[in-house]
Design a binder for this molecule. Sequence first.
Ligand code: NAI
Ligand code: MG
Length: 493
Amino acid sequence: MAERYDHFIGGQYVAPIEGEYFESTNPATLEVLYSAARGTSADVHAAVTAAGRAFEHASWRDLSPTRRGHLLRRLGDLIGENAEELARMESRDNGKLLREMRGQLTTLPEYLYYYAGLADKVQGSQIPTNSVFMLNYTQREPLGVVGAITPWNSPLTLTTSKLAPALAAGNTVVIKPSEYTSRTVLRLAELAVEAGFPHGVVNVVSGFGAEAGAALVDHPDIAKISFTGSTLTGSRIAASAAARFIGCTLELGGKSPNIVFDDANVGNAAMGVVAGIFAAAGQTCIAGSRVFAHRSVYDELLERVAERARSIVIGDPLLDETELGPLAFEAQRDKVSSYVELGISEGASVLTGGNRPDVDLPGYFYSPTVLTGVDNSMRVTREEIFGPVAAIMPFDTEEEVLRLANDTDYGLAAGVWTQNLARAHRMSRRLEAGTVWVNTYRAMSPMSPRQGYKSSGVGIEHGLESMHEYTHLKSVWINTDEDPVADPFVMRG
Ligand code: NAI
Ligand code: MG
């Protein structure tokens, strides 16, 4: 009998009000791992109410910023102490390589430590207005109850990217994790209580997007929504937030260009292309799914990428030798394979992959795929596939590739491979992408802010700036003049 998990509200597990649960599956083996509570608007209301009370309660509201930082540091320590358990839990739930999860778990405490250090630097400034008798200063206040809605591709990391800055700034949080991966996020909330966060500061309501997710977005007592996921859902959330004038931070999709110039080290570039699109089976928002290779290195790059793609070891994500696990659920694999079919019907050729590999597990595996004969106007080069599918296209000039790279609805990330320093800076300046990597791909740090262009999102994640997104900036004026307050109807010169 698989385990069953309730919502985590007010510091404890709480059964769903309507009593319903749904199952979560291991996408490699198809075994049912556990069932999670199917949240409704009543459960969301209970969680937002608990978070609202916690926000008002002296144990949180009056806690010194340094103590707040201390709790975050303690949570980072606990994540580190439970790293292996969390890594296995998440790997089994979404099919990510255990090896990659262990890597994520070694950096995850750093997210907590970074924002722990910022918790007592949530400061305003004194503004030198032109009125000499006026003292004007700003202060940053927490917003209140923040709603966080997160996806399945990296649940712990993407949830922590919201939780840590929101808590550092003094907010309380209700998280709605993806229906495919509730477990590690629930465990994270347990660890927050163990770390000493007052009950109700971190709450989790599991369930489906259209039910629990929409109820959280629409709850009148939510002060802000922070979302990572698809562009379609993000635009719905933005509309709902706009109607109530609450803030939203949206981290959405991408169709990122990875550009290899003729002066690049082609061996390094090939590894960067492979990492960009096949790591995490391409299920990352930053996937380098559009590869542009200068015509003079196109054949060599193609050959190197295809050769590595063919030798990728596909299989059980828990095994050390595995390099590519399954896609996270059946609909995701169907989506990937139908995009490859669509590409073929649009005129693309499959250089390698394009099928289900031969793996002795029943899960949702899909081969690393390289498409050629594509151009930047096809649906496979314009829409986010979110799978291990690279489209490789030749180009002739820097101007041309810049135009092609920027000719997309998205703008999350871009890679540039060149030995030419001036070109590296020129490209970095002109690419419409929130993150530009030169001679590397996928580098990331909680310290480095990310802000997508165009349909890739709104607002900033990571860095000091992200913490500021969870604050309200207030301006305070104090009259220090001893003279009587002037009659307002007498004009002063
Ligand atoms: P999604 O955007 O629908 O789901 C992400 C989160 O939003 C989940 O927690 C979900 O329950 C919630 N959600 C869904 N509808 C909602 C609504 N109306 N109101 C509030 N919350 C809602 O993405 P999904 O269905 O998991 O994946 C579909 C596609 O989205 C993928 O194939 C991929 O292309 C893209 N995606 C992109 C991600 C990225 O980081 N860029 C992450 C996850 C998905
Ligand atoms: Mg699962």
